[in-house]
Design a binder for this molecule. Structure first.
Ligand code: CDP
Ligand code: MG
Length: 869
């Protein structure tokens, strides 16, 4: 297949996007203006070892009068040598029979939609079709976006393997890592990464084709990308540098893309891939178990394993902790395959800890007596410009976060002591969730050991992004853990809710990939009837400040959502010129260059002072990575395990206190714990043993290290005089630096200020030890895992509020009341100096006049009387 004549002639007008032939073939355009149909050449079933010759057409009479054009360089069919086994497997995929239709549509239309059942081969094959047809060259490559990091990594590896190419050619890029080289021709990335690239290069000139995969998931970045790309495609066409956009989705909600006239004025053609889906018999439960769906899963798997013929089992649960608990339980029940060695706690890094503490004490001795004060205007050292690399989709982390608060009673006691079942086959139990180490994730794609039955216990990553071979039985708990965000109050909560009908059907479909299968739904058909049809798009349930800032940095004037189910339509204001006169402030633009949310970007921008940058970078990196600490609140399977867990919990609590320290450092609170944990861990060489012994997640610590490196590079790029070293080891901050850091955190987290209700203000008992925030009517509390849980400072800032049994603030840090007028003036109203220093309280306006300055809080927020000189 090759790009159509029309398009070729366009691209020939600019050399930038021309497809350079690697070997000279012919010089004219085949099929161009000849009235003949272009020749479509299918790759031979196994390999193409040489570029196929293309017939040179004879120009029609009259063509000679056409205006002269530079000779077009035809696309070159790039040979791919696949192994026979791979080729055989490929040929079984339904998408192969649509190759011609897809490539013709791509040649003729700028935007096309490919939809097909999960597992039909979209993700792995379409990039290969495009590559073979010559849609990539040195300076214009094929980009593929995925909403999940797991998929971006796994798919680039898979495609490289299928094509017998190295990862230098088929590469991936996610927020923290990637293996892109100058040889890269196919680049898998998260959608957030591409969005960040648009900030640097609005027309995405590096790409010849952009594939938006898993569009049906309606991830927030995917939605925004579609809004932007619909414009970019038009702009590229105007400049005769055509960009192809392929939208790939499972066979659901295709109307979201075709019926949205504000997005695409002419609906793009849809290529449907008929999939070879085998029938799946769906079995509903007679009644819906209310709580113990995990126990119900366990019983179902046991039953299937004992009574039904061979075939893999896939269980859908909601979160990481549940997945592990069920895996453990299953391994215990079928011990023939439970030979997983339990890792031992190790204390060999105690020496490193001692060193860290000693050098911190040393540093503290050099403290100054004056009250340090940061300068709020001192951010200009970080001007607009290049800086960061990319930004990551948060999707992956959702399911892992906050497992401890949400974990239901998994009913392990129901297991009792002697529940060991005798099954003829051993059960090969594997967990699958997005924060699982990649090597462990890869296990599920391998065939299980001879003579065992595969049982994968997964979260909803297995729903559409990853297809596990050999699954015949699906057990679906019907639930999903999702992050919900209240835009008005800024409160995030993770809730376990029923899935949508579309998701339930997707899950069931996993059973019919290779042969007819069965899906066991642990809920009744009546309950299923009440499910929502589709899950709500992510954009409706997450914070958007960072998006708005990014859109501003792109000079996008307006993002309109239409109805909540629509893909955002972006109004781009005078794209080219207005870049100069953009309303975004210098601080805002600086902030937009950092690959972190605006409040963290603000902290970075303020931190050049007093040598705070390395510490802010470490804190920001740690705050961005969800859940530094291991999940230890999980239910234990045995007495012995319970004791181990208890011991580890005590150890973690003790380490948190150590890292928080005393004095100013304790006042920095949970943020000091993050800094201490990172500092200590790096002193110990960031070893898995150290992490294990101190309850830190090794993978999180590695991510923090990478993000620190990346942020350091970003800062150095815009502010060389900062001269930061990319050295993971850092000296502890001095007492003064800690105070600056506290202020920087207050400035960044300013909209997350809370004040403790004093005993004399108690309205009723539910406000005991509670805090009031400007936006919420209900009391909020310091999370029990916080080091400030017992300290109860009067003013705090928090990283986020999470609603579980109560509304809890996490990532808490103390605020000195005198700082509020300086750092957070928007909370204050400044009055004229009074003769008398006595504070005057006006109940109507809710205002307290002080000696020099009056501090004002919204009515309804209890008032402190503050004297500020
Ligand atoms: O994108 P779509 O869901 O349409 O399918 P795909 O991800 O391209 O997968 C096509 C086939 O490749 C599936 O049958 C997978 O089981 C298989 N595959 C595999 O065996 N190993 C991988 N690492 C990835 C995919
Ligand atoms: Mg796919």
């Amino acid at each position: 297949h090759r790009p159509s004549a029309e398009e070729e002639s366009k691209s020939s007008e600019d050399s930038e996007l021309d497809l350079e032939p690697e070997e000279a073939t012919d010089t004219d355009q085949p099929g161009a203006n000849t009235g003949t149909t272009p020749v479509h050449l299918l790759p031979s079933p196994t390999t193409i070892s040489q570029p196929l010759p293309v017939k040179t057409p004879v120009p029609l009479q009259g063509e000679a009068y056409a205006p002269p054009r530079p000779p077009a360089k035809p696309a070159v069919f790039i040979p791919v040598s696949r192994t026979p086994e791979i080729q055989e497997e490929r040929l079984k995929l339904p998408i192969l029979s649509e190759e011609q239709a897809i490539m013709e549509a791509v040649a003729e239309h700028p935007i096309i939609i490919v939809c097909g059942e999960t597992g039909s081969g979209k993700t792995t094959q379409v990039p290969q079709f495009l590559y073979e047809a010559g849609y990539s060259s040195e300076d214009s490559i094929i980009g593929v976006t995925e909403p999940r990091r797991v998929a971006a990594m796994a798919m680039s590896q898979r495609v490289a393997k299928e094509m017998n190419l190295s990862q230098r050619v088929v590469s991936y890029q996610i927020r923290y890592e990637g293996n892109v080289t100058e040889d890269t021709r196919i680049k898998f990335m998260t959608d957030g990464v591409l969005l960040k690239e648009i900030q640097k290069d609005f027309l995405l000139l590096k790409y010849r084709v952009v594939i938006i995969d898993e569009a049906h998931e309606r991830s927030v970045y995917t939605d925004i990308l579609l809004g932007l790309l619909s414009r970019i495609v038009a702009l590229r066409a105007k400049r005769h540098l055509p960009l192809k956009l392929l939208i790939m989705s499972a066979t659901l909600r295709v109307e979201d893309f075709t019926q949205n006239q504000r997005l695409f004025t002419t609906p793009p053609p849809v290529i449907k891939v008929e999939s070879r889906q085998f029938p799946v018999t769906v079995h509903f439960n007679k009644r819906t178990p209310l709580d113990d769906y995990s126990g119900e899963c366990f019983r179902k798997v046991c039953k299937i394993h004992r009574m039904l013929p061979a075939g893999g089992i896939l269980v859908f649960l909601t979160g990481q902790a549940e997945v592990h608990a069920l895996c453990r339980r299953l391994r215990k029940a079928f011990p023939a395959y439970s030979s997983r060695p339990r890792e031992k706690e190790e204390e060999d890094s105690a020496e490193a800890m001692r060193k860290f503490k000693k050098s911190r004490t040393r540093a503290r001795k050099a403290q100054a007596m004056t009250l340090p004060q940061i300068n709020l205007d001192n951010y200009s050292v970080l001007p607009a410009g290049e800086g960061d690399e990319d930004r990551e989709a948060e999707m992956d982390d959702e399911e892992a976060a906050l497992g401890s608060d949400l974990d239901l009673d998994l009913g392990d006691d129901a297991l009792g002591g002697g529940e060991q079942l005798d099954a003829s086959l051993p059960l090969h139990v594997l967990p699958l969730y997005s924060l699982l180490a990649p090597e462990k994730q890869a296990q599920v794609f391998k065939s299980p050991p001879e003579g065992t039955r595969l049982c994968v216990v997964a979260t909803n990553v297995a729903e559409t992004s990853l297809t596990i071979p050999g699954i015949k039985y699906v057990v679906d708990c019907g639930k999903v853990k999702k992050r919900y965000y209240d835009r008005v109050t800024g409160v995030s909560s993770f809730r376990i809710t029923w899935v949508s009908q579309a998701s339930a059907d997707q899950r069931a479909g996993r059973a019919g990939r290779t042969e007819p299968g069965h899906c066991y739904r642990l809920y009744s058909s009546a309950v299923f009837g009440d499910f929502e049809q589709f899950p709500p798009p992510e954009i409706t349930r997450r914070p958007v400040e960072d998006l708005i800032l990014q859109m501003k940095a792109l000079n996008i004037e307006k993002v309109s959502l239409g109805s909540s189910n629509h893909i955002p339509v972006l109004r781009v204001k005078q794209l080219q010129q207005s870049r100069l006169s953009c309303p975004i402030t210098a601080l805002g633009r600086t902030m937009a260059t950092f690959p972190v949310a605006p409040r963290y970007a603000k902290m970075l921008a303020l931190s050049r002072q007093h040598g705070c940058l390395p510490y802010t970078i470490a804190i920001v990196a740690a705050m961005t990575v969800r859940e530094l600490f291991e999940e230890l609140d999980r239910p234990a399977a045995s007495e012995e395990e319970l004791n181990i867990l208890k011991g580890r919990r005590a150890r973690v609590a003790q380490m948190k206190r150590t890292w928080a320290g005393q004095g100013a450092s304790l006042k920095l609170g949970d943020l000091m714990v993050l800094l201490g944990a990172v500092g200590a861990c790096e002193y110990a060489g960031c070893s898995p043993q150290f992490c294990q012994a101190n309850g830190l997640r090794y993978k999180a610590m590695l991510e923090i290290r990478r993000l620190r490196g990346q942020l350091t590079t970003a800062v150095n790029a815009v502010c060389p005089e900062a001269g930061l070293f990319v050295d993971p080891k850092m000296e502890p901050p001095t007492e003064n630096q800690v105070t600056y850091l506290r202020q920087i955190m207050v400035a960044g987290l300013g909209d997350h200020l809370a004040r403790r209700i004093q005993s004399e203000e108690l309205l009723d008992n539910k406000w005991r030890n509670a805090y009031k925030t400007p936006l919420l009517d209900d009391p909020v509390f310091i999370h029990p895992s916080s080091v400030l849980f017992r300290e109860l400072p009067e003013f705090v800032v928090y990283q986020e509020i999470v609603e579980t049994s109560k509304m809890y603030m996490k990532g808490v840090s103390t605020v000195e009341v005198q700082w509020i007028p300086a750092l957070l003036p928007s909370y204050c109203q400044f009055g004229v100096p009074l003769e008398e220093p006595a504070p005057i309280y006006c109940p109507e306006t809710g205002r307290v006049q002080c000696h020099r300055t009056s501090i004002f809080y919204r009515v309804g927020w209890p008032l402190p009387a503050i004297q500020v000189d």
